[in-house]
Structure formats: C-alpha cells, structure tokens
Ligand binder design. Structure first.
Ligand SMILES: [Zn+2]
Length: 282
C-alpha cells in the first residue's frame, strides 16, 4: 500500500473562529493572521494506492464555486485536486473509492463538478462515495449554525449519481475499506465525522480531518469555534492524542498550511507536538 498527500489549494478563515476561546495574542504565535484577521489553511487530501483500489480521502473545495464565494474564502495557491492527481500519474477516472470524512464544503466540494452546460455530476465516474447515514441526514437537513458549511450542490448530486454508500459502524467501515485498520467516529466537530486510521510502514497513521486541523490545535482547549459540541471535541481529541503519543502515531493534517504530518508526545503540560515532517519523508 502506497500513500500520497494531495494538495488542493489554500483558503483563509477567520483566526478567531478557528481557535474558539483562545485569545489571538496566543494563537497568532503559531498561526499569524493577515490584516483582516484571516489565517491561511490547506485542503490536503490523502490518496491510498492499494492493488486495484485507488482510494481518495476527502476532496478539497473543488472548482465550481462562483467568484463571490471564492473571494469570501480567499482561495489561492497553484494546487488543484486534478493537478495533484496528475502529478502522481492518475486521473479522476482512476479513483475507485472516495471517502468523505464529513460533508463540509472544504472537504467534499471536489466530489461534484459543474459541466459546461451547468449540470452537476460526480467528479469521479468510477468511484463509490463513502459517507454514513447519520452524518448524511444531518447534512441534508442542516441546523442554522452549520448551514453555510453544507452546500446542497456538493451533496445531493453524489446521491443522485447512484454511487453513494454508507458506512454505519467501525466493522462496516473496515469491511468496505480494508485499507483502514481503524475508524474513529467523532461527534464534536459535526455529527459522526469519520477519522480513518491506516497501518503504514509499521506505524499507525490517522487522517485527522477537523478533529485536529493543524499543529496549532494540539493543546486541548484549542477547539474551533465552528465545532457543534466543543466539550465533546475536547474528550475526543484527548483520547486520540493520548493514543497517538503512547503509540507514536503519524497524524496527517488536512488544514495545516505548513506541516503535512506530525507526531505528538506526553509532556508535563499534556500532549504536545513532537516532530513535523512530510509524508514522503517517512
Ligand atoms: Zn475543514
């Protein structure tokens, strides 16, 4: 099994919203903000090459949004999902499985594209798209606070394509996607976000999604203001970080604009960053 990170471009989000109750005087040391208080974030996907299966984990924001939307989130950088796939020698037609950690636009937007005649269709014609029933139901009938993150044009065409399947338990997940050695369901960020864990080069590697967006979010109270259930994020993050420190896990960071991956260690203050590196350096 071979793993590749795929950069799909950068965007900006308000630094305060990304760090919740933590004051700017503290978070800006690790995540400097621009004049509008915005910090830069990556949308980093993971590609798993395993025999006949080519599994893509998350898809970035995609390219079907209009200028107004793009301006709102300051989409920038040279990378796109298509370009990064091509650099690895693949096209979207080669993808057999698309695993969506959750359906917020910065994670699933690339799953649906707009054709020249304006129609929306699945961006991966041969792929099965994996979500779970509880999260799907939550996303298609969104609460007011989370509504701006669940865009219908990113979600409904996946179902209409007939390529959508659900994973509703850990055992179902490991049966459907044997590339995973574990699957963590987390409810703090949103209902039933899925964090996949893989065995890679003798280590556990977790694709952290929004359970740990960046190395700047390792200390426990550093929880995004976007999270639906912040106290639950605290507990979920603590449990995963403890195991990661105990067992020297590789943590793949979807949103860290600087660091692709890190390890963590136990310290007197709690679990803290140990090393940062690129996946290719493993
Ligand atoms: Zn996100």
């Amino acid at each position: 099994m071979k793993l590749h990170t795929l950069d799909t471009g950068l965007f900006k989000l308000d630094g305060g919203a990304m760090f919740g109750v933590v004051p700017k005087s503290i978070w800006q040391r690790t995540n400097p903000a621009d004049g509008n208080n915005m910090c830069t974030w990556a949308m980093r996907c993971l590609l798993v090459e395993d025999g006949k299966r080519l599994l893509l984990i998350d898809t970035g924001i995609g390219n079907k949004q209009d200028e107004k939307f793009r301006g709102h989130f300051y989409l920038h950088g040279d990378d796109t999902l298509e370009k990064s796939l091509r650099q690895r020698g693949f096209t979207s037609a080669d993808i057999t499985d698309v695993f969506l950690t959750h359906l917020h636009f910065d994670h699933c937007g690339g799953a649906v594209l707009r054709t020249a005649d304006g129609a929306l269709r699945a961006a991966f014609p041969s792929a099965t798209f994996w979500s779970n029933q509880a999260h799907w139901d939550w996303a298609v009938t969104p609460n007011v606070r989370e509504k701006a993150s669940f865009l219908k044009e990113n979600i409904l065409p996946i179902q209409e394509s007939g390529q959508l399947k659900f994973i509703n338990s850990v055992s179902e997940g490991l049966a459907a996607l044997p590339q995973f050695s574990d699957l963590i369901f987390a409810d703090g960020h949103t209902e039933k976000m899925m964090v996949p864990v893989l065995d890679y080069k003798g280590r556990k590697l977790a694709y952290m999604a929004d359970l740990l967006p960046s190395t700047g979010h390792i200390p426990l109270p550093y929880v995004m203001g976007y999270d639906m259930r912040p106290l639950q994020t605290l507990a979920e993050k603590e449990a995963v970080l403890r195991r990661a420190a105990d067992e020297n896990w590789v943590l793949l960071l979807e949103h860290d604009a600087v660091n692709e991956a890190c390890t963590v260690q136990h310290t007197e203050k709690g679990v803290r960053l140990a090393e940062t590196f690129r996946l290719s350096e493993l």
